[in-house]
Ligand binder design. Structure first.
Ligand code: TMP
Ligand code: ZN
Length: 414
């Protein structure tokens, strides 16, 4: 892809052209393209951010695809920062090794392995691990930590290269990456090349039902091209000769599904049919279900702005925690800038010292909480609320109140 972005004209799973827009968040900057302070006054590139629903297969998808080279070649996201996610990865490794009962073949491939958070857990269990990660700066960190990582996007060529050098993989994992992929069929074909006949392919994605029912509109950003239900996923897997045999639900990232598949080796359990029935019962295959989403999203926006303005009027100091991708969608959609929020604390070294895109709020390390003593902390990474509240409560010895924006704006104190 040479151009900066392209418009989506047909569904990425079923190729149908009858797609309907149901959420329009306006034009937004790219959420992980943080701004250097010296460029504060330079205009940023902004792109439309809205979701289309495919009337044929029910896949929700962005109306544009931004060139992945721009989005992912240098990256600021580190998956191992939240302890909650580390624990979640340990659970993935436990479950996976229960299912495959590792004997002879112990090769695990993690696609979009980031800094090796999941690879680390598999390695601890005695597996041989290889990661594939396109961001050069992040792949370097994993390699420096002894977690072998190939710096590349996941494609047929990379899959073949691994196959020739290391043989077939017993477990292939892809957590929080399928939503980022434009050509899903090639992605799965590349998995098929490398997966052993008795191997498993594990995918985790945010579940669209949770996004809709809990007003998690901030999960929408240019990196997330698709918003998944089980039904379109099943179609995609069937087309690529992978059989989904189990689906589980987890609270991570606001509600995610974990999809286990194989090359016909494992028997399908009841969970697959149960999910399909659930989606049918919840009317997720009908466009009218989606129409109310934007109304709920606007309500969050109005309540949050009203609260922040009211607090400012009372001379309260407000900071935020977690310069997450979703946080930037939320700030920009709600028109929140440094007049309302003084700074964003984040433990990711790659983010500190930069400005959040659009809002231009400065990102700092968490010691600023003690230095600047805010009265309120807006939890932008609300998906890790418990962990952040525990952590900040320990380091910050003032009575602070937390604002949790999603699913609806509330103030909590611990
Ligand atoms: P995510 O929701 O996309 O995973 O992003 C979470 C963000 O919050 C990420 O920028 C890291 C940050 N974070 C911290 O800085 N400290 C923490 O303790 C946690 C849980 C998250
Ligand atoms: Zn479709």
């Amino acid at each position: 892809m040479k151009q900066i972005y392209r418009n989506v004209k047909k569904c990425r799973i079923c190729s149908a052209k009858n797609m309907v827009k149901y959420l329009d968040l306006g034009k937004m900057p790219l959420t992980n393209l943080l701004v250097e302070p010296k460029n504060k006054n330079k205009p940023e590139l902004k792109f439309p951010l809205d979701i289309l629903y495919c009337k044929n297969c029910s896949l929700s998808q962005l109306s544009i695809v931004v060139n992945p080279e721009i989005l992912f070649s240098k990256y600021v996201y580190r998956s191992s920062i939240p302890k909650t996610f580390q624990d979640h990865c340990a659970q993935i490794a436990d479950k996976a090794s229960e299912i495959v009962n590792p004997g002879r073949n112990k090769l695990v491939i993690d696609i979009a392995s980031n800094d090796g958070c999941l690879l680390y857990q598999f390695k601890n269990k005695g597996f041989e691990v290889i990661g594939v990660e396109p961001a050069e700066n992040i792949a370097k960190i994993a390699n420096a930590n002894g977690l072998k990582t190939i710096c590349s996007f996941w494609d047929i060529e990379t899959s073949n290269k691994i196959l020739q050098r290391y043989g077939k993989a017993r477990i292939i994992t892809a957590t929080n990456v399928l939503a980022h992929v434009d050509d899903l069929n090639t992605f799965l074909k590349a998995v098929g090349i490398l997966l052993d006949e008795d191997g498993i392919f594990i995918v985790e994605v945010p579940y669209l039902y949770d996004i809709l029912s809990k007003s998690e509109f901030d999960t929408v950003y240019h990196e997330h091209l698709s918003y998944f239900l089980v039904s379109p996923l099943k179609k995609l897997y069937d087309n690529n000769k992978l059989k989904i045999f189990r689906i589980e639900k987890y609270p991570i990232h606001g509600g995610s599904i974990r999809i286990y598949s194989s090359k016909k080796f494992f028997e399908e359990d009841d969970s697959v049919k149960e999910f399909l029935k659930f989606e049918l019962d919840k009317k997720l295959y009908e466009i009218k279900t989606y129409k109310s989403f934007e109304i709920k999203v606007k309500k969050v926006k109005n309540e949050l702005i009203k609260l922040l303005i009211e607090l400012k009027r009372k001379n309260k100091k407000i900071a935020a925690y977690g310069a997450s991708a979703k946080g930037n969608t939320l700030l920009n959609y709600c028109c929140i800038d440094s007049k309302l929020v003084d700074f964003i604390a984040d433990d990711t070294p790659e983010k500190q010292g930069k400005l959040a895109p659009g809002s231009k709020i400065r990102i700092v390390d968490s010691s600023y909480l003690n230095k600047e003593k805010p009265d309120y902390i807006l939890l932008l990474a609300w998906n890790f609320s418990e962990e952040i509240m525990r952590k900040t409560n320990d380091i910050y010895r003032r009575k602070v109140k937390y604002i949790i924006p999603i699913p609806s704006v509330k103030i909590v104190q611990i």
